[in-house]
Design a protein around this ligand. Structure first.
Ligand SMILES: *Cc1c(COP(=O)(O)O)cnc(C)c1O
Length: 365
């Protein structure tokens, strides 16, 4: 007897390996590996979270009504097309479960967010990785990979871990090349950090079409990663599907009330954007000035490439950074073994990063 067997594809899933959380022997560490907000959550969100602790015996609102209304008001959207989730990861997984089955294909870009591939594999469908150009999504290559089996195209814009993005017209060209039965998932986890005007946040596309969903998260700019809160803006028929598959109480009360307070504190959001923009520029200048290749980023992190032929490898650089208490994200799992991802941190962390890169410049050819 072999015992119960999971569906095909599930044992192909690589077990999740997270980034480092601590460094043995280091007292003070700066975790710059998970794209968390260095300014933390809004104080109002923390207060709302604490208040929710008074009534833990009560089930949450299973439809997150007040939170969805706050989102609808802030973004001028139709509240009925908003679905909240246990992190946007839950919503990405639900869309894969709902729209993929064995024999189907789901497209993601070569260095796209790993959840797309994992969520696709878990359904028994085939994840199709499409080559990027200059570490940026390539719309022509994606459209070339589309065929009758394609059911979902996942695109993070800007993408994690590259920080690159494609313009509004490119997103529209991508959508125009898909058939009506193919779902385009636009993951806007870093949308708030984008400062170029030529950006498609996806909300208008959701209104205008039947096959686009855009996802957002409270884990990044809102600084609420611990609470697990995300949301999707979807055409009504897709919202009806997600609502059938999600857990009936998938968003906890502390997450709902903290989320509402966070949305209402736009001053904190603006301060976070400003901090990110200033330090993204400075870190880019200083690290590239020290002779390292840094990718221009539209998000709250930078991708730094190393050249082991000519100087330090990413592993050696990671070691040196770790020795100074700095944790960056190694990107081997993303097919980028010669790169590290650096989250924009607090002023103190960023200054230390600059110092260590300047020291490493001496060892780099
Ligand atoms: C961080 C991140 C998310 C957010 O996931 P949550 O489950 O909401 O924490 C989604 N997509 C991308 C590309 C991310 O980097």
């Amino acid at each position: 007897m072999t015992g119960p067997q999971p569906r095909n594809g599930i044992m192909d899933l690589p077990p999740y390996v997270g980034g480092k959380e601590s460094l043995p022997g280091q007292e003070k560490i700066f975790k710059l590996s998970a794209n968390e907000n260095p300014l933390g959550a809004s104080p109002n969100a923390l207060e709302a979270y604490r208040m929710a602790g008074e009534n833990l015996e009560i089930y949450p609102d299973g439809h997150s009504v007040a939170l969805r209304e706050a989102l609808a008001k802030a973004h001028k959207l139709d509240v009925n097309k908003i679905v909240c989730g246990f992190g946007s990861d839950e919503l990405l997984q639900i869309m894969a479960t709902a729209y993929l089955q064995p024999g189907d294909e789901a497209i993601h870009t070569e260095h796209g967010f790993l959840v797309y591939k994992l969520a696709s594999l878990a359904t028994g469908a085939r994840p199709v990785s499409v080559a990027e150009t200059n570490l940026t999504a390539d719309v022509d290559a994606i459209l070339d990979a589309v065929n009758d089996k394609t059911k979902i195209v996942f695109l993070a814009n800007p993408n994690n871990p590259t920080g690159t993005m494609i313009s509004a017209s490119e997103v529209r060209r991508l959508h125009a090349g898909l058939q009506e039965n193919m779902l385009l998932v636009l993951d806007g986890a870093y949308a708030e950090y984008v400062l170029t005007t030529d950006y498609e946040d996806g909300f208008a596309l959701v209104e205008e079409t039947q096959n686009v969903v855009t996802t957002r998260t409270f884990s990044k700019i809102y600084g609420l990663a611990a609470l697990r809160l995300g949301w999707a803006y979807c055409p009504a028929p897709i919202a009806a599907v997600i609502n059938r598959l999600r857990g009936p109480f998938n968003v906890s009360t502390p997450a709902q009330v903290a989320g509402i307070a966070a949305i209402e504190d736009q001053a904190h959001v603006q301060a976070s954007i400003k901090h990110n923009d200033e330090w993204r520029d400075r870190l880019f200048q200083q690290i590239s000035g020290a002779g390292f290749e840094v990718l221009p980023s539209h998000a709250n992190f930078l991708l730094i490439k190393f050249d082991p032929e000519n100087g330090l490898s990413a592993a050696q650089a990671e070691q040196k950074l770790n020795e100074r208490g700095l944790i960056l994200r190694g990107l081997t799992a993303y097919g980028l073994p010669d790169a590290l991802r650096l989250t924009i941190g607090t002023e103190e962390a960023n200054q230390l990063v600059i110092e260590v890169f300047q020291e490493m410049a001496g060892n780099n050819g």
